[in-house]
Design a binder for this molecule. Structure first.
Ligand code: ZN
Length: 266
C-alpha cells in the first residue's frame, strides 16, 4: 500500500472515532442550580424523560424530596434517612443533569485518599478545566459523609434555609459508587462549579449528596462532554425566580457543601 492511502484511511478512522465520541458527549440538564437556590422546587419533567437523555447523573425531586442518583440507566431516590429506592418513572424533578457515560479514561487509586486529593488526581488528568466531565468513582470508602435534604412544603424557603434542616449520614467502610460531574467555573449558577457528587452504595439501598469522603481504594472513570443541553422550565415559579447575583457562588457553597469541592482559582 502507498503511504497516502494509509493516511487517508487513518483520517477516516480518526474522523469516525471523533464523531462517535462526540455523539455521546452531551450533558442534558433540566433547570439551573440558581433556580433551586431561589426555591424553585417543583418541575414538570418526569424521571422517564430524564432517562431518555442519559444513563448517568444526579439531581433532586419535586418538593426537594430526596437526592437523585442515576447509575447504569436506573434512577434512584435517596430520602432523608439515607435510604435509597428506585424512583418511579412518573416522579418529577425540578433539577437534574444526566449524560450517556462512556469512560474516556480510567485510573485506580490504590491507597487511602481524601476528597481533595482525589479531585487533584482527576484535575491532573483532564484535558481542560473548561469542559464538563462526568465522574464515576467505584470503590471502598473508609468514611463518607452525605446529606439529604428534607422534603419542603410551600411556601418554599430558599435552598440555603432548606439545607439547614438537612439530614447528614456517615457511612463507614462502605462499598459503592460516587456519581457526578466536574463542571467549569464559568458554569457557576447554571450548575455547581467544581465537583458535585452523589453516593449510592453497592446494595443500591443508601446514599446521598456527598459532603466529604475518604476513599480506601477505588477506580475512577471520567467521561468528557463538550455539549450542554440546557432545558428550562416554561411555567411555574421559574419564570419569576431570581437567578443570578454577585453572591451566587457563596450561596451555592452554603447550600451544597464546603467550597473545597471547587477547583482552585486559576
Ligand atoms: Zn447534590
Amino acid at each position: 500500500m502507498d503511504a497516502s492511502g494509509a493516511y487517508e484511511r487513518f483520517r477516516h478512522w480518526a474522523a469516525t472515532l471523533l464523531a462517535h465520541q462526540q455523539a455521546g458527549s452531551e450533558v442534558y440538564q433540566f433547570s439551573t442550580i440558581g433556580a433551586l437556590l431561589d426555591g424553585v422546587y417543583d418541575g414538570d419533567i418526569t424521571v422517564a424523560e430524564i432517562l431518555r437523555h442519559g444513563d448517568f447523573g444526579l439531581g433532586t425531586f419535586n418538593h426537594l424530596d430526596g437526592e437523585m442518583v442515576v447509575l447504569d440507566g436506573v434512577c434512584y431516590r435517596v430520602r432523608a434517612d439515607g435510604t435509597a429506592t428506585r424512583a418511579d418513572p412518573t416522579d418529577r424533578t425540578p433539577f437534574a443533569a444526566v449524560t450517556r457515560f462512556h469512560a474516556d479514561f480510567e485510573f485506580d487509586i490504590a491507597e487511602p485518599t481524601g476528597r481533595a486529593a482525589v479531585a487533584d488526581a482527576i484535575d491532573r488528568r483532564i484535558a481542560s478545566a473548561n469542559l464538563i466531565y462526568a465522574i464515576r468513582i467505584t470503590g471502598r470508602f473508609r468514611e463518607l459523609h452525605t446529606r439529604t435534604v428534607l422534603a419542603q412544603q410551600e411556601p418554599y424557603p430558599p435552598l440555603t434555609q432548606a439545607t439547614e434542616g438537612q439530614a447528614e449520614t456517615v457511612f463507614t467502610d462502605a462499598t459503592g459508587t460516587l456519581v457526578g460531574f466536574r463542571t467549569p467555573e464559568f458554569e457557576q449558577g447554571i450548575s455547581v462549579a467544581g465537583y458535585h457528587l452523589h453516593f449510592l452504595d453497592a446494595e443500591r439501598t443508601g446514599g446521598g449528596h456527598v459532603l466529604d469522603f475518604d476513599l480506601e481504594h477505588g477506580r475512577v472513570a471520567v467521561s468528557g462532554a463538550a455539549e450542554l443541553h440546557l432545558s428550562l422550565p416554561t411555567s411555574g415559579a421559574f419564570l419569576d425566580a431570581r437567578l443570578s447575583g454577585a453572591d451566587i457562588a457563596e450561596r451555592i457553597d452554603q447550600a451544597e457543601g464546603p467550597g473545597a469541592d471547587r477547583p482552585p482559582e486559576p
